[in-house]
Ligand binder design. Structure first.
Ligand SMILES: [Zn+2]
Length: 518
């Protein structure tokens, strides 16, 4: 899929910009518990303030997050329409609300046939210090670009009656004279464009049905992306998987007539980092369709199982961003992709298989296949020289039971590595919650006849059991596991984002990688 939206950043008074629609943000500065809402514009433009003033005081617009107020032909502004977008309470306001606000602007315009719009850069200096903390220029600009791009994505590409409502151009208009701030805004905006595009690329992969996006096709699209952004990519299939003795990945794929794909991407910085510098490995679960195998899933919602490669998509999207942001750190990505199908040749409960690391695994449930392909992916990354591992996977339904559908699960064997991730995801504006995977949980995966088994002895703590299994293959190497099963797919439309694939992980994983750049 092509994203052809033009993204422009201009420095001028937003009132002097000619556009079919100009969006401007407002917050509610009322603080008392019973105080009536008091909307205030985040703009120093007198023309915009004058145009909105009668309506901001009227009580019909409260500046709640995502709330909109449309004004036609605002006096003394060149825009045909002025769209005031609420970002919620000033007291609790953050840059992440700006991301949502930019998304609201785009998703307001699309169904109304407005394909070109402008967004006024939010100005903290429009309000007194007591109402609003300073908005960091760089992060605000980045959030605006990300939010606008992410909002443009829709899932209807296979509808023959599709009215393509993609936005043709978004202009961000910053009323800012200070050169230093202009530079920061420009840098943040450029980064946001890279990250928003990368997240949408990941979402477009997840949105594809299993009959289109086979492992082979995933390999092709990944290779094409790598070629266009100048990073190395090799796509192998079953011969290489058998040669490497990846017995776990081989077991999962053996029930499918679609060939598997082992995708290896490599990013090398322009200036070689010194000897002994970190080598990061991004490992993704790429099950392009998961029936559960012989332990077959119920029919209800099985259609959603095309999304079982969302972990792989997050890594591929992150590699696209890394290729453009060019951090000074070595990064590789391993995607283990296959289908999980029931068939006469499929692996079975009770089978014992040998993973690439040499560990033997008793199969208790063939639907716990993600951890099997990741086991070989993690071990392979180590043999290629990885010093730090991160994997993402739609791994367990249990993570949704534990955390709901808001936070993704984060598991790790190393506090420092985790801290680097937590610092980054705060910037990225995604939600993760750290879960335990201490050694006292290991009992859960002890097998009677093999080294370990692929599901737990009890139904409690299923997401932790899965993490404990992966930890056996990370061993002593610092490692993070992201369980995104509950958050990779959004069931409902939001005012700033379409339902469907969320693209979670792309921004946070990229940020984590950048934290290692020297
Ligand atoms: Zn499964």
């Amino acid at each position: 899929m092509l994203f052809l939206m033009t993204k422009t950043l201009l420095f001028q008074d937003p009132a002097s910009f000619t556009t079919p629609l100009l969006a401007v943000f407002a917050v509610d500065i009322a603080t008392g518990k019973d105080e009536a809402p008091s909307p205030a514009l985040l703009s120093t433009s007198d023309a915009l303030a004058n145009a909105a003033a009668p309506w901001l005081g009227s009580g019909e617009f409260k500046a709640g997050l995502g709330e909109t107020l449309l004004l036609h032909s605002p006096a003394n502004a060149k825009a045909e329409r002025l769209l005031v977008i609420g970002l919620g309470k000033a007291k609790t306001f953050s840059v992440h609300d700006v991301r949502k606000g930019a998304g609201v602007a785009v998703r307001f315009a699309k169904p109304r046939g407005i394909f070109e719009l402008a967004i006024a850069f939010p100005e903290d200096k429009a309000l007194a210090d007591e109402h609003l903390e300073t908005l960091p220029c760089h992060r605000t600009a980045r959030a605006l670009a990300e939010g606008a791009l992410v909002a443009d994505f829709d899932i209807d590409i296979y509808r023959s009656d599709r009215k393509d409502q993609s936005i043709r151009s978004v202009s961000v208009i910053a009323h800012e004279g200070d050169k230093k701030s202009q530079k920061e805004i420009q840098e943040g905006f450029d980064e946001g464009v890279v990250l928003g595009d990368a997240q949408n690329f990941a979402r477009s992969l997840v949105n594809e049905p299993g009959n289109v996006l086979t492992p082979t096709e995933l390999g092709k699209r990944t290779k094409a992306m790598c070629e266009s952004f100048g990073i190395a990519c090799e796509v192998h299939s079953i011969d290489k998987i058998l040669e490497l003795k990846m017995g776990a990945l081989a077991a999962v794929t053996q029930g499918s007539s679609e060939p598997p794909a082992l995708i290896v991407m490599r990013y090398e910085p322009a200036i070689a980092p010194p000897e002994g510098s970190p080598v990061l490995a991004l490992v993704g679960k790429g099950i392009t369709f998961d029936t559960g195998g012989i332990s077959i899933k119920p029919a209800d919602n099985m259609d959603k199982m095309k999304y079982d490669m969302a972990g792989a998509a997050a890594m591929i999207g992150a590699m696209q961003a890394i290729a453009q942001l060019k951090p000074n750190v070595r990064v590789m990505s391993i995607v283990c992709s296959c289908e999980n199908m029931p068939d006469g040749k499929a692996f079975k409960p009770g089978d014992v298989i040998t993973a690439m690391s040499g560990k033997t695994i008793e199969i208790m449930n063939t639907d716990a296949e993600g951890r099997l392909v990741l086991a070989d992916g993690l071990h392979y990354a180590k043999t290629l020289g990885a010093t730090h591992l991160i994997n993402a996977a739609t791994l367990t339904g249990a993570i949704g039971v534990a955390l709901g559908l808001l936070n993704a699960g984060l598991f790790s064997n190393d506090d420092e590595t985790t801290q680097n991730f937590l610092n980054g995801y705060a910037v990225a504006g995604e939600k993760f919650w750290r879960m335990p995977c201490t050694d006292d949980y290991r009992e859960q995966i002890k097998s009677q006849i093999a080294d370990i088994m692929n599901t737990g002895g009890s139904r409690y703590g299923g997401a932790i059991t899965a993490a404990m299994f992966l930890k056996e293959f990370a061993e002593e190497t610092p490692w993070i596991h992201l369980d995104i099963a509950g958050t990779a797919w959004i069931d409902d439309n939001k005012p700033w984002q379409s339902r469907g694939p969320s693209g979670i992980g792309v921004r946070s994983i990229t940020e984590w990688v950048r934290s290692y750049a020297k």
